[in-house]
Design a protein around this ligand. Sequence first.
Ligand code: FES
Length: 129
Amino acid sequence: MDVRVCEVAALDDPGRKVVEIEGQQIGVFRLGDEVFAYENRCPHLDGPVCQGKMLPLALEAVASDGTSSGRVFSKTQMNIICPWHGFEFDIRTGVHPTDKRVRLRRIPVRVKDGAVYVTIARATHANQR
Ligand code: FES
């Protein structure tokens, strides 16, 4: 079932919106012209991961002599940080930066005529929490 979430222009860039559809909380993210959607449930302990801070990946800047010149923010990778215990996930992939087995549950999402739509299964007793 396709569900209209909002106009793309209603989302900040970068930005997100958390909605509840059929009893399922979903975080929809905008990064430029791209949109992504995930179940708002952290794979660690079910925290509301999509409501955490959005921050660029922090990288170590290493000089040619191998010494650190401090931290810099990635210009290409934006992460969502779970507000409960700080697990981070790449918003484009939903994957944890160091343990690729730990990932968010992706929800199909698309833009049509300037609006964001997610595709969800109809709620049944089997998939309700
Ligand atoms: S519940 Fe998300 S980091 Fe623990």
